[in-house]
Design a protein. Structure first.
Length: 209
Protein backbone atom coordinates (compact mmCIF):
# COMPACT_ATOMS: atom_id res chain seq x y z
CA UNK A 1 0.00 0.00 0.00
CA UNK A 2 1.40 3.44 -0.97
CA UNK A 3 1.51 5.74 2.17
CA UNK A 4 2.53 8.80 0.13
CA UNK A 5 -0.88 9.33 -1.43
CA UNK A 6 0.37 9.48 -4.97
CA UNK A 7 2.89 7.76 -7.15
CA UNK A 8 4.67 11.06 -7.81
CA UNK A 9 5.24 11.64 -4.07
CA UNK A 10 6.53 8.11 -3.71
CA UNK A 11 8.94 8.52 -6.62
CA UNK A 12 10.18 11.78 -5.12
CA UNK A 13 10.93 9.90 -1.90
CA UNK A 14 12.63 7.08 -3.80
CA UNK A 15 14.88 9.54 -5.58
CA UNK A 16 16.66 10.05 -2.26
CA UNK A 17 17.15 6.28 -1.79
CA UNK A 18 20.17 4.42 -3.07
CA UNK A 19 19.45 3.04 -6.55
CA UNK A 20 20.16 -0.54 -5.57
CA UNK A 21 17.37 -0.39 -2.94
CA UNK A 22 14.67 1.33 -4.99
CA UNK A 23 13.23 -1.74 -6.74
CA UNK A 24 12.67 -3.58 -3.49
CA UNK A 25 10.91 -0.55 -1.91
CA UNK A 26 8.76 -0.05 -5.03
CA UNK A 27 7.65 -3.65 -4.68
CA UNK A 28 6.73 -3.25 -0.99
CA UNK A 29 4.86 0.01 -1.72
CA UNK A 30 2.84 -1.72 -4.45
CA UNK A 31 4.16 0.54 -7.15
CA UNK A 32 5.12 -2.44 -9.28
CA UNK A 33 3.68 -5.92 -9.57
CA UNK A 34 5.62 -8.83 -8.25
CA UNK A 35 7.12 -10.86 -11.07
CA UNK A 36 5.27 -14.07 -11.69
CA UNK A 37 7.33 -17.20 -11.24
CA UNK A 38 8.19 -18.91 -14.48
CA UNK A 39 7.07 -22.50 -14.40
CA UNK A 40 9.47 -24.81 -16.06
CA UNK A 41 7.69 -27.11 -18.41
CA UNK A 42 9.03 -30.35 -19.67
CA UNK A 43 9.68 -30.52 -23.38
CA UNK A 44 6.92 -32.27 -25.27
CA UNK A 45 7.39 -35.99 -25.37
CA UNK A 46 8.21 -37.05 -28.85
CA UNK A 47 6.57 -40.28 -29.92
CA UNK A 48 9.09 -43.08 -30.11
CA UNK A 49 9.64 -44.20 -33.66
CA UNK A 50 8.02 -47.50 -34.38
CA UNK A 51 10.57 -50.27 -34.37
CA UNK A 52 10.82 -52.36 -37.44
CA UNK A 53 9.44 -55.80 -36.86
CA UNK A 54 12.22 -58.32 -36.77
CA UNK A 55 11.77 -61.23 -39.14
CA UNK A 56 10.76 -64.36 -37.33
CA UNK A 57 13.13 -67.28 -37.64
CA UNK A 58 11.75 -70.08 -39.73
CA UNK A 59 12.83 -73.64 -40.14
CA UNK A 60 11.95 -73.56 -43.82
CA UNK A 61 15.11 -73.84 -45.95
CA UNK A 62 16.07 -70.57 -47.63
CA UNK A 63 16.59 -72.27 -50.97
CA UNK A 64 13.03 -73.62 -51.09
CA UNK A 65 11.70 -70.71 -53.20
CA UNK A 66 14.21 -71.35 -55.97
CA UNK A 67 14.37 -75.12 -55.73
CA UNK A 68 13.99 -77.11 -58.95
CA UNK A 69 11.18 -79.58 -59.51
CA UNK A 70 11.57 -82.76 -57.52
CA UNK A 71 12.81 -81.03 -54.36
CA UNK A 72 11.57 -82.70 -51.16
CA UNK A 73 11.09 -80.85 -47.87
CA UNK A 74 9.89 -82.51 -44.66
CA UNK A 75 10.58 -82.65 -40.91
CA UNK A 76 12.03 -85.65 -39.08
CA UNK A 77 12.68 -86.48 -35.42
CA UNK A 78 16.02 -85.52 -33.91
CA UNK A 79 18.43 -88.45 -34.39
CA UNK A 80 20.27 -90.20 -31.56
CA UNK A 81 23.99 -89.57 -31.14
CA UNK A 82 26.35 -91.41 -33.46
CA UNK A 83 27.88 -93.26 -30.52
CA UNK A 84 24.52 -94.64 -29.38
CA UNK A 85 23.19 -96.09 -32.65
CA UNK A 86 25.84 -98.81 -32.94
CA UNK A 87 26.95 -101.54 -30.55
CA UNK A 88 29.76 -104.05 -30.81
CA UNK A 89 29.51 -107.71 -29.84
CA UNK A 90 31.93 -110.64 -29.84
CA UNK A 91 30.92 -113.49 -32.14
CA UNK A 92 32.51 -116.93 -31.71
CA UNK A 93 33.58 -118.79 -34.84
CA UNK A 94 35.89 -121.62 -35.82
CA UNK A 95 39.05 -120.24 -37.44
CA UNK A 96 40.98 -122.22 -40.04
CA UNK A 97 44.13 -121.52 -38.12
CA UNK A 98 43.91 -123.27 -34.73
CA UNK A 99 46.14 -120.59 -33.25
CA UNK A 100 43.83 -117.78 -34.29
CA UNK A 101 41.52 -116.12 -31.77
CA UNK A 102 38.08 -117.78 -32.17
CA UNK A 103 36.20 -114.49 -31.74
CA UNK A 104 35.51 -111.56 -33.99
CA UNK A 105 33.88 -108.17 -33.35
CA UNK A 106 30.57 -107.56 -35.07
CA UNK A 107 28.98 -104.11 -35.16
CA UNK A 108 25.17 -104.04 -34.97
CA UNK A 109 22.54 -101.35 -35.00
CA UNK A 110 21.49 -100.65 -31.40
CA UNK A 111 17.92 -100.71 -30.17
CA UNK A 112 17.91 -96.91 -30.09
CA UNK A 113 19.13 -96.88 -33.68
CA UNK A 114 16.45 -99.36 -34.77
CA UNK A 115 13.74 -97.30 -33.04
CA UNK A 116 14.90 -94.16 -34.82
CA UNK A 117 14.94 -95.92 -38.16
CA UNK A 118 11.36 -97.08 -37.62
CA UNK A 119 10.32 -93.55 -36.63
CA UNK A 120 11.79 -92.09 -39.82
CA UNK A 121 10.15 -94.76 -41.98
CA UNK A 122 6.79 -93.94 -40.35
CA UNK A 123 7.29 -90.20 -40.93
CA UNK A 124 8.17 -90.72 -44.58
CA UNK A 125 5.04 -92.86 -45.05
CA UNK A 126 2.95 -90.12 -43.44
CA UNK A 127 4.40 -87.64 -45.97
CA UNK A 128 3.13 -89.86 -48.78
CA UNK A 129 6.31 -91.85 -49.36
CA UNK A 130 8.27 -89.16 -51.28
CA UNK A 131 11.11 -90.37 -53.50
CA UNK A 132 13.95 -88.69 -55.34
CA UNK A 133 14.28 -89.10 -59.13
CA UNK A 134 15.90 -92.48 -59.91
CA UNK A 135 19.68 -92.19 -60.11
CA UNK A 136 19.74 -88.43 -59.50
CA UNK A 137 22.73 -86.93 -57.72
CA UNK A 138 21.48 -85.06 -54.68
CA UNK A 139 22.02 -82.05 -52.46
CA UNK A 140 20.98 -82.60 -48.83
CA UNK A 141 20.28 -79.69 -46.46
CA UNK A 142 19.64 -80.42 -42.77
CA UNK A 143 18.41 -77.66 -40.44
CA UNK A 144 18.94 -79.07 -36.98
CA UNK A 145 16.95 -77.88 -33.93
CA UNK A 146 18.38 -79.63 -30.84
CA UNK A 147 16.09 -80.56 -27.92
CA UNK A 148 18.10 -78.47 -25.40
CA UNK A 149 21.17 -76.27 -25.01
CA UNK A 150 23.68 -79.03 -24.31
CA UNK A 151 26.78 -79.07 -26.49
CA UNK A 152 26.30 -81.22 -29.57
CA UNK A 153 28.44 -81.80 -32.65
CA UNK A 154 26.60 -81.19 -35.91
CA UNK A 155 28.85 -83.73 -37.59
CA UNK A 156 27.14 -86.49 -35.58
CA UNK A 157 23.74 -85.73 -37.13
CA UNK A 158 23.79 -86.80 -40.80
CA UNK A 159 24.79 -90.48 -40.75
CA UNK A 160 21.91 -91.95 -38.73
CA UNK A 161 19.43 -89.78 -40.62
CA UNK A 162 20.85 -90.67 -44.03
CA UNK A 163 20.79 -94.40 -43.27
CA UNK A 164 17.20 -94.12 -42.04
CA UNK A 165 16.15 -92.31 -45.24
CA UNK A 166 17.79 -95.05 -47.29
CA UNK A 167 15.77 -97.71 -45.45
CA UNK A 168 12.65 -95.53 -45.84
CA UNK A 169 13.12 -95.69 -49.63
CA UNK A 170 13.53 -91.94 -50.19
CA UNK A 171 16.64 -92.62 -52.30
CA UNK A 172 18.43 -95.73 -53.49
CA UNK A 173 21.56 -95.05 -51.44
CA UNK A 174 23.05 -92.13 -49.54
CA UNK A 175 26.16 -92.35 -51.74
CA UNK A 176 24.08 -90.31 -54.24
CA UNK A 177 24.58 -87.22 -52.04
CA UNK A 178 27.13 -84.87 -53.60
CA UNK A 179 26.38 -81.77 -51.49
CA UNK A 180 25.74 -81.96 -47.74
CA UNK A 181 24.90 -78.87 -45.64
CA UNK A 182 24.09 -78.96 -41.92
CA UNK A 183 22.85 -75.87 -40.08
CA UNK A 184 22.18 -75.36 -36.41
CA UNK A 185 18.80 -73.84 -35.51
CA UNK A 186 17.16 -72.69 -32.25
CA UNK A 187 16.15 -75.26 -29.64
CA UNK A 188 12.88 -77.07 -30.32
CA UNK A 189 11.08 -79.19 -27.68
CA UNK A 190 12.08 -82.78 -28.31
CA UNK A 191 14.35 -81.72 -31.18
CA UNK A 192 13.72 -81.93 -34.92
CA UNK A 193 15.48 -81.81 -38.27
CA UNK A 194 14.06 -80.03 -41.31
CA UNK A 195 15.24 -81.95 -44.38
CA UNK A 196 15.54 -80.57 -47.90
CA UNK A 197 16.62 -82.94 -50.68
CA UNK A 198 17.29 -81.30 -54.02
CA UNK A 199 18.21 -83.04 -57.28
CA UNK A 200 21.35 -81.55 -58.81
CA UNK A 201 21.27 -80.33 -62.40
CA UNK A 202 25.06 -80.32 -62.73
CA UNK A 203 27.36 -82.91 -61.18
CA UNK A 204 30.83 -84.36 -61.55
CA UNK A 205 29.20 -87.21 -63.45
CA UNK A 206 27.94 -85.09 -66.34
CA UNK A 207 24.37 -84.36 -65.26
CA UNK A 208 21.34 -86.14 -63.93
CA UNK A 209 20.33 -89.35 -65.72
Amino acid sequence: MNPFGSRAAAEQYLSRIAPNLRDGIRLRLGLVEAPQPVLETSPPVQPRPAQEKQPEWTTEPLEAETSPPGTLIFTLPYPPSLNSIWRSILVRFTPKNPKAIPYRVKVLLSEEGRNYRRAVISCVQNYGQPKTPPGARLSLLLIVSPPDLRKRDLSNIPKALEDALTHAGVWADDSLIDVLTVRRAPVHPGGQVVVQIMPLTETLFGGVP
